[in-house]
Design a protein around this ligand. Structure first.
Ligand code: NAP
Length: 303
């Protein structure tokens, strides 16, 4: 892989501790980076730029932070003393057809990429990364529960809503800690797997009858699932940790009215395990670069 990426220039715009861990791994592959908004020193392979415009110039691809940009175009750059913006002028400066890698692309980014004919690759949804990321996400959610509650996870009645990549990892970790683990899902095959793994399976219809048992509720469903009606049955003192992407799957206003503690917990991998999350990025970005940058002809199988 290193020879394939040798000399390839990647622009890294903003980012946090994850990018600081990832960049040295990319340099080991012979890549060069042009960064802005990160506390790095210039050297042969690292060019520290003053602006996003300078960083994208001549780069074969552009990497934005996992949360990308907001709808005003501001790049997430918590380690930068200055605000960084992805503007149409910056997009116009990018090499033709250079792909843009980002965790999740908001409307503004999609619109600009379309206008300037750049492909956006959303990496948070790539199965492989989502499964790797589920590890720090689940650990972080459990850590929050431990900090917030006066009870142990062991012996608790812990409910996990959703049995996708995050829900499955979370259920496994909770059960390993000795929680009575209840998992809500909607596909018959998920119900069968939940049963096989030794957890209590619930349909969403059953949830409304059983939610009163819960001491900790972890939501991973990115849709309104903890409605006012369901929340009205939650026992006071129970804790809700919502991992689903904003706005989450909880009616937070109703939770507040019922006096329930409900926490929206975004971006856990970067917060609780930036080093691991950075190494995970370093595993996936080189493969994606090769996939996106190699000539189309090399991808077309011969008849
Ligand atoms: P996933 O693999 O797609 O799993 C989503 C789960 O939600 C599946 O079980 C899916 O069921 C279920 N679901 C979706 N829509 C539903 C609906 N309307 N009603 C009932 N169930 C529904 O996603 P994931 O990777 O686990 O991620 C889950 C969420 O957590 C996403 O929003 C993701 O962005 C977020 N996330 C947050 C963090 C963090 O740090 N907070 C970390 C990782 C992920 P079906 O399979 O039946 O559709």
């Amino acid at each position: 892989m290193s020879s394939l990426l040798k000399g390839i220039k990647l622009a890294v715009l903003g980012g946090d501790a994850r990018e600081l861990v990832m960049i040295p791994e990319l340099l080991k592959l012979g890549m060069e980076v042009q960064v802005v908004g990160l506390p790095l020193e210039n050297n042969e392979a690292v060019k520290v730029c003053a602006t996003p415009m300078e960083a994208v110039r001549g780069a074969a691809a552009v990497l934005l932070p996992m949360p990308g940009i907001d709808n005003e175009g501001r790049i997430r750059a918590p380690l930068s003393s200055e605000a960084l913006w992805l503007t149409p002028e910056v997009m116009a400066e990018m090499s033709p057809r250079a792909p843009l890698f980002v965790g999740v692309a908001r409307v503004r980014l999609r619109e600009m990429a379309l206008a300037f004919n750049h492909k956006v690759v959303e990496i948070a949804e790539i199965d492989e990364l989502a499964i790797y990321n589920s590890i720090p996400s689940a650990e972080g959610a459990i850590q929050m529960a431990m900090e917030e509650l006066p009870i142990t996870i062991h012996g608790s009645k812990s409910f996990v809503l959703g049995f996708g990549r995050t829900g499955m990892t979370l259920a496994r970790m909770l059960a390993a800690l000795g929680a009575n683990t209840f998992v809500a899902a909607r596909k018959p095959r998920d119900m069968a797997r939940i049963y096989e793994m030794g957890y209590h399976s619930l349909t969403y219809e059953q949830l409304s009858f059983l939610i009163g048992e819960a001491e900790i509720i972890f939501n991973t469903v990115p849709s309104l699932i903890l409605t006012e009606e369901i929340l009205s049955k939650v026992t006071p003192g129970a804790l809700i940790i919502d991992l689903a992407s904003a706005p989450g799957g909880t009616d937070f206003a109703a939770a507040q009215r019922f006096g329930l503690k409900a926490i929206l917990a975004p971006g856990l991998p970067g917060k609780v395990a930036p080093k691991t999350a950075g190494l995970m990025l370093a595993m996936i970005i080189p493969q994606l670069l090769i996939q996106e940058l190699r000539p189309k002809a090399a991808r077309t199988p011969r008849p």
